[in-house]
Design a binder for this molecule. Sequence first.
Ligand code: ACO
Length: 321
Amino acid sequence: MIRTVVTGSGSALPRNRVTNADLAEKVDTSDEWIRERTGITQRYIASDDETTGSLATAAAQAAMENAGCTIADIDLIVLATATPDRTFPATATTVQNALGGKGFPAFDIAAVCSGFLYALAAADAMIRSGMATRAIVIGAETFSRILDWEDRTTCVLFGDGAGAFIVEAQDVAEDGPGLLATKLHADGAHGNLLYVDGGPSTTGDVGKLRMKGREVFRHAVGNLAEVLREVLADAGFEPADIDWVVPHQANARILDATARKLGLPMEKVVVTVDQHANTSAASVPLAYDVARRDGRIKQGDLVMLEAMGGGFTWGATLLRA
Ligand code: ACO
């Protein structure tokens, strides 16, 4: 059967590492408060010469190296971001040009923290319909540029970074590798719980991130547990079959609560929020790449990706590595 198979992953972080203690020098907060409420100990913040596009390009390059392919083998780029370099053109086209590619489709997807799962689903659909054969799917963000550094309830939670997958059509056995099931959801009724208060067609400027943290937390745990069950049922697996969960890294407490709801031990959950904070659309491919490189995710493992973000949007994908 033809399936979309993940054949490589890569990631990139800005040079500048900012610890909680560094942050406490300019924001009214403390290492203790941030660690206790979120599990975050540090994050990476882009310097002036680093952009969503440059981080995405570096992650894509690393993913191509891991997959053993070059830009000449690629015929699609889908990039998930809520912090594009410019309103247009799509950052995916900037990345295509930086990688030396030309001609094939390249576009951005905006679904905030769930963006990478939406992008992966779009690439998967295009691959299975025959519109593409090998794609770079990227999640890349520079949330530091839309943070209100005067608002301690949000600015301590986020970081910058990028992650990428190479996905391609392969003829595989039933129990072989590939994307097995995906479910995506959105509910625009909650658009005022997590949003950016600007935009080209309203204020004319970029705006800053605003969030009602407690309410987001409550919705996140319920929605994620439900979509994970949906995807498992769709693919005919039980929670106990999962080797690794690679969740969107919003907050260690959300990861804990979701794992508990599904009866999954935390040893099966890949956690990078302590090191990277919340990197929005970048967090799932970044965490996947970390766990693949350190040898946790191995060929044949059953891996669940899941995310929830502004909109709300949420979703999950089950894959065999
Ligand atoms: N440092 C020190 N004190 C702080 C800080 C800070 N950075 N931020 C808030 N406080 C204070 C508040 O002022 C408040 O003080 P008060 O009681 O004197 O008024 C106190 O800490 C408690 O504030 P709450 O907002 O009620 O804290 P809460 O326990 O809800 O934790 C948090 C806040 C961490 C944001 C939590 O609600 C949360 O994790 N929400 C999930 C949101 C999330 O992770 N969103 C990410 C994007 S969405 C996604 O990716 C799924």
